[in-house]
Design a protein around this ligand. Structure first.
Ligand SMILES: *Cc1c(COP(=O)(O)O)cnc(C)c1O
Length: 448
């Protein structure tokens, strides 16, 4: 019992340093709740038996335990240096926004803005119109619509066009994109029934023809972007499929996935059909993500025929899925950048000239590493998973260096192979080179 009486009171702990200093970070209520929990845990330890000197130590540790519990509950989001060479790293937030875009957003985000007001007439306007017009300009589509992500775009399209009806989809496109996103599940959640067409590796036009029946209301094509079937493979190209759908009076929806609005000259992308290509090929509706190849914020972009986009816009679900101004403002800036053909951060992946080599050499000299050939990837379950060759730095380092790098400040994520640590600077902003080198030095414990 006397041990229990040695415990400090909650109120006392909260008024004293060091917990008092945490009030500004977490608020008094959260601190009180967490401190009470920690004290309860210490009481439980006392009841199971604890030495007096051990108790003194435990009491001294109470503030640290409270802080750790609060941090573990809501760790702040941190800036990470991505040296993996995987540009769209799903675990690291996918596409980084161009720095100029972010800088340019500030004056519309810390104030009011004309999100839904026409400054000409003083009347209410449509919040999505600006970005929709930009998507139209970039893709040549009659109409466009923006929602929170591509999964939402698909759900909206399927529920508006095919709820209670049937949808034709090739068995080769019954994919899972990651993050528990499965095409058959989205179909089901949208109230549409799936009609599987063809086989996993080969689906021909004749298979679609055979599957046609009165309940069908939509033809769906999905880019299985994160895997590839090789060998004995056949699929129906979008133009042929659009022609087939139209002959049967059905619309064709293509889930392009990556948000590549216009053709890209970059080699691994040049064979990937863009929104513009797909619309030109006669697809009625195309959807894709805002935070993959487009390089914008998380969003779902939809482009296509006016009469069909209108049906999505009228759906009550659209009201639930439309983005807020943070996303619309960032998307607006990114789309304008594409319209002006200004470079996006992803362009750095193809950096393989002398200048890039010197940059990698500079880092390798400083850290005692070697410059070797290595592969970067687009990643993010996006577009082709082809390797993009280039110079990277390899470092012979103890096995725990990768973990220490991740846990350092700033956190650095590289990759390990055959006992070596690789850092690919193509996914690192050159302005971060100094911070990266210092972080590696600390992780190698050359410096404290
Ligand atoms: C990434 C992807 C999705 C999911 O997009 P989110 O924006 O993550 O919701 C859907 N379909 C395809 C083909 C994709 O590549």
């Amino acid at each position: 019992m006397s041990q229990l009486r040695r415990l400090p009171a909650v109120g006392h702990l909260l008024q004293e340093s060091p917990l008092a200093e945490l009030t500004g970070l977490y608020g008094r209520e959260a601190l009180r709740v967490q401190t009470t929990r920690v004290l309860d845990a210490v009481r439980a330890e006392i009841r199971t038996g604890i030495e007096d000197d051990q108790l003194a130590e435990t009491i001294r540790e109470i503030p640290d335990r409270v802080r750790a519990a609060l941090e573990a509950e809501a760790p702040p989001l941190r800036r990470v240096l991505n040296a993996t060479g995987i540009f769209l790293h799903t675990n690291l937030g996918r596409a980084p926004l161009p720095r100029e875009v972010v800088a340019d957003l500030a004056d519309r985000l810390d104030a009011y803005c004309d999100l839904e007001m026409s400054l000409d007439t003083g009347r209410r306007s449509d919040r999505g119109r600006r970005v929709e017009n930009l998507v139209r300009a970039l893709t040549g589509a009659e109409a466009a619509l923006v929602v929170n992500n591509n999964a939402a775009a698909l759900a909206l399209a399927l529920s508006s066009l095919a709820s209670g009806r049937e949808v034709l989809l090739s068995r080769g496109e019954l994919v899972e994109i990651g993050g528990s996103f499965r095409i058959p599940d989205i179909l089901e959640a949208s109230g549409a029934r799936l009609v599987e067409v063809g086989t996993t590796n080969r689906t021909r036009l004749a298979d679609y023809e055979r599957a046609i029946r009165p309940g069908v209301s939509l033809v769906l094509k999905v880019y299985p972007s994160n895997y590839r079937i090789q060998g004995f493979v056949e699929e129906v190209d979008p133009a042929t499929l659009a022609d087939f759908a139209h002959r049967h009076g059905l619309p064709l929806l293509v889930d392009e996935g990556s948000g590549m609005l216009r053709a890209e000259p970059a080699p691994p992308l040049s064979r990937h059909q863009s929104f513009q290509d797909l619309i030109e090929a006669g697809c009625d509706l195309v959807c894709g993500s805002g935070d993959k190849l487009l390089g914008g914020p998380q969003a779902g972009l939809i482009a296509g025929r006016e009469s069909i986009v209108a049906r999505l816009r009228e759906s009550p679900l659209y009201r639930a899925l439309r983005p807020g101004r943070l996303v619309l403002t960032a998307l607006d800036a990114v789309l304008r950048r594409h319209l002006a053909a200004r470079p996006m951060p992803i362009a750095a992946l193809w950096r393989d000239g002398e200048e890039h080599r010197r940059r990698v050499e500079g880092l390798a000299d400083r850290l005692g590493g070697k410059v070797v050939r290595g592969s970067a990837y687009l990643g993010g379950g996006s577009a082709p998973e082809q390797e993009i060759e280039g110079w990277v730095m390899a470092l012979t380092a103890p096995g725990d260096v990768a973990a220490r790098l991740r846990q350092g400040e700033p956190p650095v994520v590289g990759y390990q192979r055959e006992g070596r640590l690789f850092l690919d600077l193509r996914t690192v902003d050159p302005e971060d080179d100094q911070a990266l080198a210092e972080a590696v030095e600390r992780a190698l414990a050359r410096r404290s």
